[in-house]
Write a protein that binds this ligand. Sequence first.
Ligand SMILES: Nc1ncnc2c1ncn2[C@@H]1O[C@H](COP(=O)(O)OP(=O)(O)OP(=O)(O)O)[C@@H](O)[C@H]1O
Ligand code: SF4
Ligand SMILES: [Mg+2]
Length: 382
Amino acid sequence: MSKIKNANRLTGKEVRAIAKQNKKIIRKLEAYKNRKAEETEYLGHMSKPENILEIDNLHTYFFTEQGVVKAVNGVSFDIPKNTTVGVVGESGCGKSVTSMSVMRLVQGPTGQIYSGSIRFNAKLDNGETKVYDIAKMPMDDIHKIRGNQIAMIFQEPMTSLNPVFTIGQQLDEVTFINHPEATKEDAKAKSLEMLDLVGIAMPERVYDAYPHELSGGMRQRVMISMALASDPRLIIADEPTTALDVTIQAQILDLLRDLKTRIDGSIMLITHDLGIIAEMADYVVVMYAGRVIEKGPVSEIFHNPLHPYTIGLQKSKPTLSSDSDTLFNIPGNVPNPVNMPNHCYFKERCGKCIGKCSGEYPRMIEVTPNHFVACHLYGKED
Ligand SMILES: Nc1ncnc2c1ncn2[C@@H]1O[C@H](COP(=O)(O)OP(=O)(O)OP(=O)(O)O)[C@@H](O)[C@H]1O
Ligand code: SF4
Ligand SMILES: [Mg+2]
């Protein structure tokens, strides 16, 4: 018994060795983040001109005292222009860390983008376009994309709204950041226009209110109006309706859909609710344990899911005709994030294993145009 216990516990010597190694890597990555760099150092090219964002082999790690948590472990997917891309997967699979990496909001020094590219097709005020590799941008230059080119809407708006300032003060601030030449009157007019746009009936009253005076649904509308105030090309919405009741949820989703058309932009929509994906997304990315295991057009993923995990995820979706007692649950657990196996991460939970599954991690293959899966069941016989 005690032997098993000890096998899971690190010795003091091991902990010290991990800490030393972490310190060395973190120091290097922090210096890279905080360097001064010419813009040419992080300019790039999109692989496909129709994309607004290309995440390419992204690795984002947390250097903890237990070891390295590979929260995002080689994630690649694209967001085409004027498209909603849904990112799904169970809790802890790396959805939020992927989006925080795009916004460069990963909590350092423990959390760090370790490698990979995040290419973003930015459109400047003068109409010029530039491709920035966000992963390589120094922190000093992040203002070029964060909050103006890319805006983020979080699950719980209270975490992003400042409780000591009125909604109006916070909304005006967005205008001042993006248009420093704006007068107080210009900013207020823009703020009221944005509040009106997101369906707030009495914009003047909400403008003067503090966040705690509003309901959850109203706060989420305010957050969306803030995201909108900067005319972003991409909105990242991380579980934007999870904290809201069903009626308000539907209203907020309608609003998001409407906004996409209005800003002529794209949405990266993170959720664990497949119903929301079916309703909102054009393209789906399924994540499991820090990796993308299947991706494709929404109709393909719903009508022809290939990966056993995606199939399980669909069976676990509650329907009106099923009650929660009969809800299908994918048995088993995700492997320990600091010690991932070399084979397919889903193997221990998979009912369809074949001999090859004990071998190397399956590579991503394109099964039908634009429908990709990482599973040995679909690899070529060789
Ligand atoms: N600050 C941190 N320190 C260590 N590990 C972290 C930290 N933040 C996230 N992680 C780990 O990174 C992994 C991915 O987390 P992430 O928050 O992206 O999951 P998620 O898919 O968004 O889940 P959820 O659906 O619950 O929001 C998890 O294993 C999590 O434990
Ligand atoms: S690779 Fe093998 S273990 Fe992994 S999901 Fe496919 S069949 Fe299952
Ligand atoms: Mg999350």
